[in-house]
Design a protein around this ligand. Structure first.
Ligand code: CP
Ligand code: NVA
Length: 319
């Protein structure tokens, strides 16, 4: 008999944090923490025996791929990496045809893509669960592990403040939605031209009002970091933006997470980064390797949260 809470049993796709209400997201986070604790005590259920996850990567990955593949093995199933240059979405074959074949042979699909629309189309054509392993728009699996890590560290997180210093990108967007649903105040400091889009902020504010928390956007990283409980950053140049790298390094020069910036945060503050990090660019070695950094616990939680997510979405899929 499965102990997956009722409100999670109908969960199929995991495309964006904004698709879920606070209750659902927090139930999922509760289960992630519970499963990690069980794992630590040597208790693993083979919940996905003989099930297969198809994985598509249009961009490189370490944590996402390792997390999903390891999780499938731990659950008694198997994951297949379908080298995107072999299947050629939209080039060798129409995405709808690819998806129908994947759904007929596999029990779930995880994809890391450039355009978010590809994830949306995969989900539209698939009779099996689809998980977004990062798109240009969002990175919900990252936000799940991030909130799990913050809860693990602080216990009660309601009313705490997370300051995101850097690009208003996929990671920032998912993190904002996850923070407000967990009762954290969210502040983002980004240079002009790199802020989160108005639509995202408006959607975030609607939920923030409901949860009684705030969202602020500023161009002053030190103001953002003031009294923060969590200081978070990501690369200034995301995958696919390499041609903009020089312009971005110039625009973000004031936005480095370093010792001076950390002086503004609470002494008990933790430092997070989704990784991979560009050392001494968006974050100094001193901070990344310092006592406040929990980036490797955060990375490890990609495994525990993704294993829980796979169990939730794939346990009841019919063959
Ligand atoms: N943070 C993250 O998604 O890492 P990878 O790109 O290595 O998967
Ligand atoms: N914003 C980064 C995150 C990498 C995990 C990117 O999209 O490249």
């Amino acid at each position: 008999m499965s102990d997956i809470p009722k409100n999670l049993r109908a969960l199929r796709n995991f495309l964006a944090i904004s698709d879920f209400d606070a209750g659902t997201l927090n139930s999922l986070l509760d289960l992630c923490l519970k499963r990690k604790e069980e794992f630590r005590h040597g208790r693993l259920r083979p919940a996905l025996q003989n099930k297969v996850l198809a994985m598509i990567f249009q961009k490189p990955s370490l944590r996402t791929r390792l997390g999903f593949e390891t999780a499938m093995v731990q659950l008694g199933g198997h994951a297949i990496n379908l080298e995107e240059h072999q299947i050629g979405i939209g080039q060798r074959e129409h995405i709808g045809d690819i998806t129908r074949v994947l759904a007929s042979m596999c029990d779930g699909i995880m994809a890391r893509v450039f355009a978010h629309q590809i994830i949306v189309e995969l989900a539209a054509h698939s009779s099996k669960p689809v998980i977004n392993g990062l798109s240009d728009w969002s990175h919900p699996c990252q936000a799940l592990a991030d909130l799990m890590t913050i809860r693990e560290r602080f216990g009660q997180v309601a009313g705490r403040k997370l300051a995101y210093i850097g690009d208003g990108n996929n990671v920032a967007r998912s993190l904002m939605h996850a923070c407000v649903r967990s009762g954290l105040h969210f502040v983002i400091a980004a240079p002009q031209g790199y802020a989160l889009d108005v639509g995202t902020i408006e959607a975030g504010l609607t939920e923030a009002d409901r949860q009684g928390v705030t969202i602020l956007q500023t161009e002053d990283p030190h103001e953002a970091a003031e009294h923060a409980d969590v200081v978070y950053t990501d690369v200034w140049t995301s995958m696919g933006q390499e041609a903009e790298s020089a312009a971005r390094e110039h625009a973000f020069a004031r936005f480095q997470v370093n010792a001076a910036l950390m002086e503004r945060a609470r002494p008990t503050a933790i430092v997070m980064h989704c990784l991979p990090a560009h050392r001494n660019v968006e974050i100094t070695d001193e901070v990344l390797d310092g006592p406040q950094s929990i980036v490797f616990e955060q990375a490890e939680n990609r495994l525990h949260s993704q294993r829980t997510l796979l169990e939730v979405v794939m346990t009841h899929t019919a063959h």
